[in-house]
Design a protein around this ligand. Structure first.
Ligand code: ADP
Ligand code: MG
Length: 341
């Protein structure tokens, strides 16, 4: 191992899942992509062996987030890396708890910065190792039972590509980049943040309960998983064939399955999906674990504004706070931005 660099800045993106929800921990398939919203970690070598951390996004009085950072460092040490004492500064454009995986962005930014500090090249194997360490940081140190999709998307995402992840592979999750030329096809991907917040770190929450129901073999939950895996495979074919209407229909079918069979939607998500489709979108679905968070909508680029306005109007009619929209596109995975020394 090289002698550590004194300071490194790294960024790691949030992600949107195009399709394949609640399949990762069920040995299935999903199709996320890294987005341009990201977390930046600035990591500086300390003279002692302490870890000190600050975040411009941390809610006052909340110290839980520090466990994500401590967990990442602990998992890297468990993997055999000699991680020294560090000052870690975080800043993020990923909304916290909004379903775009600010948690994985945080973990992967820290892990990538530490790799840079130690002079470890970010090849595919290292990226995979970091994704695993970051997932364990979240499951074992924070207590959030996530399945691993978010960290793989953040570490292995690539510009212009979605990432097909197959958790059924006995050698560990198999990943395949899938070109996603939405812009060239005259389309846009619109994320609508309902503003309804969840916390995956809540071990008694709905996410953990769904995992237990899947383990117990509850037929309706498993029907979602089976049909969702079929939809992921069909979605990859539709993308390969440029059949965007078909991709949209699969997204909408995914939403119906998450709403009716898996029961993780909420009225705010349902209204956003129905309104987007009613306003001419090709398809729309909740994305992320559910119980709030975001929808993703596939829409002709020149109709995106109409869809946003329709959703805003539908929310206003119910007296709900105006949702926040983001146009997203597949961006690069985690990277070291700068090193000093
Ligand atoms: P999501 O990953 O969808 O944003 P989670 O509930 O999994 O939602 O993770 C959100 C939590 O992650 C926050 O409540 C906070 O504890 C932590 N977190 C994420 N990003 C940051 C950040 N930049 N600074 C401090 N804490 C963060
Ligand atoms: Mg998360």
């Amino acid at each position: 191992m090289h002698s550590p660099r004194p300071a490194v800045v790294a960024r790691a993106p949030g992600r949107v899942n195009l399709i394949g929800e609640h399949t990762d921990y069920n040995g299935g398939q999903c199709l996320p992509f890294a987005i341009r919203l990201a977390t930046t970690a600035t990591v500086t070598l300390r003279a002692d062996d302490q870890l000190r951390m600050t975040s411009t996004e941390a809610a006052p009085g909340d110290a839980l987030w520090q466990r994500y950072v401590v967990g990442v460092v602990a998992e890297l040490r468990a993997a055999g890396w000699t991680v020294p004492g560090l000052d870690i500064g975080l800043a993020s454009t990923v909304p916290l708890g909004g379903g775009l995986s600010s948690s994985a962005a945080l973990e992967c930014a820290v892990a990538t910065a530490v790799a840079g500090l130690l002079g470890i090249p970010l090849d595919a194997d290292t990226r995979r190792l970091l994704a695993g360490a970051c997932r364990r940081a979240e499951t074992d140190h924070v207590g959030a039972p996530t399945g691993g999709m978010d960290q793989l998307a953040s570490m292995l995402g690539a510009e212009g590509h979605a990432l097909l992840v197959d958790f059924a592979d006995p050698g560990g999750p198999a990943t395949t980049p899938v070109p996603l030329p939405v812009t060239a096809a005259g389309l846009a991907l619109l994320v609508t943040d309902t503003g309804v917040r969840h916390s995956l770190a809540d071990g008694d929450g709905g996410y953990a309960q769904r995992r237990r129901e899947c383990e117990a073999g509850e037929p309706r939950r498993l029907r979602h998983v089976t049909t969702e895996n079929d939809r992921v495979r069909a979605a990859v074919e539709a993308i390969d064939d440029g059949e965007w209407d078909r991709l949209g229909a699969l997204m909408t079918a995914s939403h119906a399955s998450l709403r009716d069979d898996f029961e993780v939607s909420v009225p705010q998500l349902d209204l956003a999906v129905e309104t987007a489709n009613g306003a001419g979108a090709l398809g729309s679905r909740m994305t992320g674990g559910g119980f709030g968070g975001c929808t993703i909508t596939l829409v002709a680029a020149d109709r995106a504004a109409v869809v946003r306005e329709a959703v805003d109007a539908a929310y206003a009619e119910r007296g709900w706070a105006r949702p926040v929209h983001h146009l997203v596109e597949p961006g690069p995975g985690a990277e070291v931005l700068s090193t000093a020394g």
